[in-house]
Design a protein around this ligand. Structure first.
Ligand code: FNR
Length: 190
């Protein structure tokens, strides 16, 4: 039985997303007692507070999925030195209506990959700022800025470089420790 249910959000909608490949690798490398499931963002309409009194089904399901897991893992590209609009839109949906923010007290971690040498570092800083406002306790370290090289991760999440696989494994193990720590002081449903 999984001890920790973790939902992951992939910030890219691209069919050949390298961040989706990274997410597949992380699922494989996670500790055995972490169950990871994707919480899809693709079908969400663009948020407006006009919906606050009556969320569409897709947004209700999305928000319930966030509420229902122990923690959230963000696996996202950097677009124009920030996060993709689709991901920001998804966060906006889950954070509203005012006073019903699904991220509050929900532990999170952030990781991403890019062909560029800074490996999504600037985009992640933007995301961290958003998550701070959303009152999500974030894992501070290890940080994970993954420079993607051709064939680093296959479509089904096999990592070709031993040192990268080890690093990603450590990242997930540390996230597990972090989630347990947060849930010790902020118990589920508390
Ligand atoms: C990019 N890319 C990019 N890369 C980066 O390191 N920093 C950046 O600011 C940007 N900006 C950016 C904007 C837009 C609109 C696109 C489409 C791309 C390149 C990006 O890292 C590359 O396309 C990755 O493949 C994106 O990850 P996914 O979508 O494949 O997971």
């Amino acid at each position: 039985m999984a001890r920790f249910d973790v939902g992951y959000l992939v910030g890219s909608l691209a069919s050949r997303s390298i961040n989706r490949r990274l997410a597949s690798a992380l699922v494989k490398l996670a500790p055995a007692d972490m169950a990871l499931q994707e919480i899809p963002i693709r079908d969400l309409p663009l948020y407006s507070y006009d919906y606050d009194s009556d969320y569409p089904e897709v947004a209700k399901r999305f928000k319930e999925a966030i509420t229902g897991v122990d923690a959230i893992l963000f696996v996202t590209p950097e677009y124009n030195r920030s996060i993709p609009g689709a991901l920001k839109n998804a966060i906006d949906w889950a954070s509203r209506p005012y006073g019903q923010n699904a991220f509050t007290r929900k532990p999170s971690a952030v990781i991403g990959t890019s062909p560029g040498s800074i490996g999504t570092a600037v985009g992640q800083q933007h995301l961290r700022s958003i998550l701070s406002f959303c009152n999500s306790p974030q894992m501070n370290a290890p940080e994970a800025y993954i420079q993607f090289t051709p064939d680093l991760i296959s479509d089904d999440g096999q990592v070709s470089t031993e040192s990268t696989a080890e690093f990603l494994k450590t990242f997930m193990a540390e996230f597990r420790v972090f989630i347990e720590r947060v849930l010790t002081v902020l118990p589920r449903g508390g």
